[in-house]
Design a protein around this ligand. Sequence first.
Ligand SMILES: [Fe+2]
Ligand SMILES: [Fe+2]
Length: 282
Amino acid sequence: MRRAFALGSEARERRHVSRVSTVTEAAQAPRPGAEGTNAPDERKKVHRAETKTKTPVEAKRQGPTLEDVRVDERVRTYIRAANQQTGAIGYTEHGERHATTSADGARFILRSLGHEPRRCELGAISAYLHDIGNAITRDRHGQTGALLVKDILEDLGFTTEELATIMGAIANHEEAEGGLPVSAVSAAVIIADKSDVHRSRVRNPKTTTFDIHDRVNYAATAAEIKVSRKEKLITLQLTIDTEVAPLMEYFEIFLTRMMLSRRAAEYLRCNFALVINDTRLL
Ligand SMILES: [Fe+2]
Ligand SMILES: [Fe+2]
């Protein structure tokens, strides 16, 4: 059983919608127990599914949704500020496009592994908010972001237990800040975040002045997360234009992210594979 989530199509990004191409299957999964991923593999086959940035009905009955968070004026303002401020210090795009792509990816990973709808929703919400701390400072933005959203999420009606899950996932998403997978939600956020490498994130308009981060992101023309529940395998599949950036440059800046992604996959009881230009490298 294998499902795939494509990141980074520019046409898609303009609409802030990400699609899931289902390679062979799968819809309604059985509900696992707390943190459980060992439910039987019994999903029905479908030809195509789409990640629900609009939240599933079941999740909505259980509490506030991603949509409630996304339309909150404080969230919108902080994410805009985070994007502006990371741009001011030379980082790639960290705005609503990255937030939405990460949210769709985290939801896709959890749903593909059979997690219950509410946990999938919390994964999408955590991923949507994971970089909001850049509105305060780049350094320790995981921790500042976790604290920044606390009052907002309380106002929106999240339970204290849900707050702890979301805040833990936001605070632990960054490898440079000592982040580690601390829950299934956190693990899904890590993989979704680290998988969003794409040329549309590059803000520097002058290719002649690209630094290594610009070059590697610009070289990535396609990124797709694939999840095989049956094989217990999460795969990041990238297409890299090696005339823009040699693969060594990708590893130079992304190796630590891939190592954290592998730990996150292990938390979800899966192996992690990195495939670049049809060659498996990890
Ligand atoms: Fe981050
Ligand atoms: Fe991020």
